[in-house]
Design a protein around this ligand. Structure first.
Ligand code: SF4
Length: 224
């Protein structure tokens, strides 16, 4: 019997392999919609909750099954703000958990959120949404607190393991720092997407280098 998707997620992007947001090679899903409006956010195109497109849990499960077959190490859910769609996030992570068990693959589930964990767990809907996550990276982006902590944009953001698998995968990275964060650059349909957490100045440098190579940047997602 076909499984029925009750609450499709509104997403901005699905991409693989993602290597700059969590350990190993990953499937990345960016949720659409974020009301936090952090000054300096590089993903302003994900703010509008009516933007993006629908992703049903069934379609996601197909993509995740394929990613598992291709040997990914995990799933990264980012945004936008995934916790603004708690029912859809819960359904998506339930599907991810079901499929990884059925494939017998130890692939971790990581969720980025601008919320603090205490706020997420205080609300039953968002607590339920994170029930199957192995780790979260929490906290708003604060442009005034730059950091060299891996996978984080500002020093206030924390990696919090939530399961035994999350503990094994993320404990070595809680305080790990780098002066050269991984950034992936992907070009599709005239759009250049940067995946990862750039340091202050990185985006301006990339724009300048593109200009020097004759590429005209008409619009960016990191400027109002
Ligand atoms: S940095 Fe993240 S939480 Fe902050 S506005 Fe951008 S998408 Fe939202």
């Amino acid at each position: 019997m076909a499984r029925v998707s009750r609450v499709p997620a509104r997403v901005s992007q699905v991409s693989a392999p993602v290597t700059a947001l969590g350990p190993g090679r990953r499937l990345g899903v960016w949720f659409q919609g974020c009301a936090l409006a952090c000054p300096g956010c590089m993903s302003r195109h994900t703010w509008d909750p009516a933007g993006g497109r629908e992703l049903t849990a069934d379609r996601f499960a197909e993509l995740w099954r394929q990613a598992l077959a291709d040997g990914v190490d995990g799933l990264t859910v980012s945004g936008g703000e995934p916790l603004e769609q708690p029912a859809a996030l819960a359904e998506l992570l339930a599907a991810a958990d079901r499929e990884r068990r059925s494939a017998g693959v130890e692939a971790d589930l990581l969720v980025y959120t601008g919320w603090e964990l205490a706020d997420a767990t205080a609300d039953p809907a968002t607590a339920d949404a994170l029930a199957r996550a192995d780790a979260v990276i929490t906290g708003r982006y604060l442009a005034g607190q730059p950091t060299d902590l891996v996978w984080r944009g500002s020093a206030n953001q924390r990696i919090v393991p939530l399961s035994a698998l999350g503990e094994r995968r993320y404990a070595p990275h809680l305080e790990r720092r780098t002066d050269r964060p991984d950034l992936q650059v992907r070009v599709t349909d005239g759009e250049l997407r940067i995946i990862g957490v750039p340091r202050p100045g990185d985006l301006g440098r990339i724009e300048r280098e593109l200009r020097e190579r004759g590429v005209t940047v008409r619009e960016t997602t990191w400027r109002p």
